[in-house]
Design a protein around this ligand. Structure first.
Ligand code: PEP
Ligand code: MN
Length: 333
């Protein structure tokens, strides 16, 4: 249940109400004038308690903090160079799949920036299907990524795979990416939930919408409410022509259920560069708050995910078209 408190309500009575609910026992989370009591559906209020309550919403979803019922307004994440979420904002994030070298990531940052990206992506710790594939440059990669972003006035998004790396990566990044394979790595979610670094949570390969929302709740329950949700394609019965199935219906569904910004990742969704542009068009048209896309100047020799990387010219053309679609959509409202 969610309890909306009256403004200027008696704090002593509120404290009493919280203590009574906690004694049942239940978890009570207070954020400003809202109480979230995830496991409890309803309660009888005394006359004094009723006096401090503006509204009681029964039968709330499990992912209560991320729910629109708890917070109707969009979450807006503000970084030094980017605003993510909220009406009228569209954020482009681009870069190579992996940070490959200092020189390469600098080159890619310039391209990303030229296409309007305000966040530079690149993995320094890579979740690879095979342990023999390139695993990332580690801290050196983080340094190169940070320097390349700073040189171009951009923010950084990079993946954190392991809870033991959280403090180290926090020194270099503006956004933690939680990869699809780690969507339900609850100790990692709890670890990033204790930081104040925004988190981009990718939908797991077999994650339902509710699984994704519940995973985001682990982060929010730790006190970190700067969360964005990433649709990057899911595994279905047919991966013959696309790496995954791009579930674009999940974008408006997530926006209806949750106040977090929803970002689309057409690169991992389709896995083939020539399918990325049409699905980037569809991704922006789905109403997403932003997009993350992989680029590479020499995809044949990329350290990871070469087949899905857009070459600079293709990327620049794609982003121009995406902004035109976004502009058209804005003119409808
Ligand atoms: C990536 O962003 O390069 C990545 C590994 O993504 P995902 O977790 O979606 O597979
Ligand atoms: Mn990748």
């Amino acid at each position: 249940m969610i309890i909306q408190l009256k403004t200027n309500a008696d704090e002593q009575i509120i404290a009493g109400l919280i203590a009574r609910l906690e004694a049942t026992p239940a978890t009570v989370i207070r954020i400003k004038n809202h109480l979230a009591i995830p496991e409890v559906k309803t309660t009888e209020l005394s006359a004094a308690e009723a006096d401090v309550v503006a509204e009681m919403i029964e039968k709330t979803p499990a992912a209560v903090l991320g729910s629109r019922l708890f917070q109707p307004e969009d979450t807006i994440i503000k970084l030094p160079h980017s605003v993510i979420g909220g009406k009228g904002n569209f954020t482009m994030m681009a870069g190579p799949c992996s940070v490959e070298s200092e020189e390469h990531v600098r080159k890619m940052a310039k391209v990303a920036k030229a296409g309007g990206a305000t966040l530079l992506r690149g993995g320094a710790y890579k979740p690879r299907t095979s342990p023999y594939s390139f695993q990332g440059l580690g801290e050196d990669g983080l340094k190169y990524l940070r320097e390349a972003a700073d040189e171009n006035g951009m923010d950084v998004i990079t993946e954190v795979m392991d809870e033991t790396h959280v403090d180290l990566i926090a020194k270099y990044t503006d956004v933690f990416q939680i990869g699809a394979r780690n969507m339900q790595n609850f100790s990692l979610l709890k670890a990033v939930g204790k930081t104040n670094v925004p988190v981009a949570l990718k939908r797991g390969l077999a994650g339902t919408v509710d699984d994704l929302l519940n995973a985001s709740e682990y982060i929010a329950a730790g006190g970190n409410h700067q969360i964005m949700l990433l649709e990057r394609g899911i595994r279905t019965f047919d991966n013959k022509y696309t790496r995954n199935t791009f579930d674009l219906a999940a974008v408006p569904v997530l926006q209806k259920l949750s106040h977090y910004p929803v970002i689309v990742d057409p690169s991992h969704a389709v896995g083939e560069w020539d399918l990325v542009t049409p699905m980037a068009h569809a991704g922006v048209a789905s109403g997403a708050s932003g997009m993350i896309v992989e680029i590479h100047d020499d995809p044949e020799h990329a350290f990871s995910d070469g087949p899905q990387a857009l070459k600079p010219d293709t990327y620049l053309k794609m982003t121009e078209q995406v902004y035109a679609i976004r502009q058209l959509m804005d003119s409808w409202e």
